[in-house]
Ligand binder design. Structure first.
Ligand SMILES: [Zn+2]
Length: 131
């Protein structure tokens, strides 16, 4: 039986990262379907599974490989974007943002400097804060 399967799989594409992603998405759809019970979600899950199997048993290895490369590129781009957003939200942790009491100008001050005198760059008003 194992031998038969191996013979069957020779020259076929097999599983790659894109297939795993498709299957994972199908599983998520199924899980969601338990709560939502949507017919569309259900058929989408099946379509994804069918497409995954079609890719696994496909003999057009070059084309499947290119699909996987495209998937990886999109994934990496999204990950890079996600990391960039993360570093932007991390920024306020090293800095305090104060508002000038006079003109409401936002001023970024590094944390951990103790009591400091801040001069507003806009209206030159001076005020003290603990950073
Ligand atoms: Zn000001």
């Amino acid at each position: 039986m194992k031998e038969k399967f191996r013979n069957f799989m020779t020259g076929r594409y097999g599983v790659d990262a894109f297939s795993r992603f498709l299957l994972a998405t199908a599983l998520i759809f199924w899980a969601l379907n338990i709560f939502i019970e949507s017919r569309i979600l259900h058929s989408w899950a099946w379509l994804l599974v069918l497409y995954t199997y079609y890719r696994m048993f496909s003999r057009n290895i070059t084309k499947r490989y290119q699909e996987n490369v495209k998937y990886m590129q999109i994934k990496n781009k999204l990950l890079a974007k996600f990391h960039m957003n993360n570093s932007q939200t991390k920024q306020p942790k090293t800095h305090h943002v104060y508002k000038c009491p006079v003109c409401k100008q936002k001023i970024r001050i590094p944390k951990g400097k103790g009591r400091i005198c801040i001069t507003c760059p806009k209206c030159k008003n001076e005020f003290t804060k603990i950073s």
